[in-house]
Design a protein around this ligand. Structure first.
Ligand SMILES: NC(=O)c1ccc[n+]([C@@H]2O[C@H](COP(=O)([O-])OP(=O)(O)OC[C@H]3O[C@@H](n4cnc5c(N)ncnc54)[C@H](OP(=O)(O)O)[C@@H]3O)[C@@H](O)[C@H]2O)c1
Length: 297
């Protein structure tokens, strides 16, 4: 079973983790998947900045990069105070493809660097026999982007232990994977912990599916907090970096208010004991994930 941290390394939502390369990353990130096409993206990101978020998680795929860049510029706060992550999608896993995506992402963001660049997904689909070669080539390109100053830190997403074997050179500083009560990915989390790779938790609220889970709700009632706060505190106590997304100003603020309570041993045991795949997205890194039709999101 995964061990919990008895003491968090920060006392409020403005705290940071230190990455393997020495760079610092705000311990709660703002997720922007589905922000642009369902809401007014720049307004949502501007509200997130007002709520205190300085860490934005976007991707070439999401269609939210312009919104993030616009909101940061409009905030009047210096670019250096923000931490911006973007990702190279699985269809462009080559040196040339990654460079083209990164250039496009920087142009959409209106920035000359990103703080963190991730390989978004380790393989095109379950049939792709050349996924290892593609990862090796892309990862070498990422190290070159870093030398060129286009990115400050480099990492991966949705990597299981066997995917890391394809990488040469630098150790990724981050692995962004789906983790929440009911979907713990213990093997991948343990693999990363042992190597100092920070695990970022995507879908930390189970994409809303955990908000009405009776176990989560009863722990929330006990501590007079919301189900979302229980899930996010669970992430932090596991030493993970949660990336909640909300388009609602009250919920954005609530998702940073995680430092006035802590989970006790019973809570942790109950959350760890939820049936496996509770709240799971259904996405597995070795399976085919079709390119979403962004117009329908
Ligand atoms: N690397 C990857 O492959 C990958 C995959 C998926 C996601 N991600 C990243 O991870 C981020 C988070 O994941 P996600 O957006 O899929 O799911 P999530 O953050 O687990 O859940 C978002 C959902 O929860 C609702 N919500 C947020 N705060 C709430 C609260 N306090 N109380 C009740 N409901 C609340 C949101 O609704 P409202 O907006 O109405 O509040 C939204 O429907 C993404 O935005 C993206 O940046 C990465």
């Amino acid at each position: 079973m995964l061990e919990f941290k008895q003491n968090l390394p920060f006392a409020d939502a403005d705290g940071c983790y230190e990455l393997l390369d020495g760079n610092r990353i705000p311990a709660i990130g703002f997720g922007t998947w589905r922000v642009k096409d369902r809401e007014d993206g720049a307004a949502v990101c501007a509200e997130a900045i007002r709520a205190g978020y300085r860490h934005f998680d976007t991707a070439y795929l999401y269609g939210s990069e312009e919104s993030v860049g616009d909101a940061i510029r409009a905030s009047g706060i210096d670019r250096s105070e923000f931490f911006v992550t973007t990702k190279v999608w699985k269809d462009d896993l080559s040196a040339e493809g990654a460079r083209l995506e990164l250039e496009t992402s920087l142009s959409r963001l209106g920035m000359d660097y990103v703080d963190l660049l991730l390989i978004h997904w380790p393989r095109r689909d379950s049939e792709d026999p050349e996924w290892r070669e593609r990862l090796t080539e892309t990862w070498n390109a990422f190290q070159q982007f870093k030398r060129e100053g286009l990115v400050k830190s480099i990492g991966v997403a949705n990597f299981l232990p066997h995917h890391f074997e394809a990488l040469d050179g630098e150790v990724p500083v981050v692995n962004q994977i789906e983790v929440h009560p009911g979907y713990l990915q213990e093997e991948a989390v343990r693999y990363c912990r042992e190597r100092g790779i920070l695990v970022e938790a995507w879908a930390p609220l189970g994409q809303n599916r955990l908000m009405t889970n009776p176990v989560v709700e009863s722990i929330a009632d006990k501590h007079h907090v919301s189900p979302a706060q229980v899930c996010l505190r669970f992430s932090l106590e596991l030493g993970l970096l949660p990336l909640p997304k909300s388009a609602n100003p009250d919920r954005m603020r609530q998702n940073r208010e995680l430092f006035g309570f802590s989970l006790d041993e019973d809570d942790r045991a109950e959350l760890m004991g939820l049936p496996e795949k509770t709240g799971w997205s259904g996405e597995h890194p070795d399976d085919a994930i079709p390119m979403p039709d962004l117009s329908k999101l």
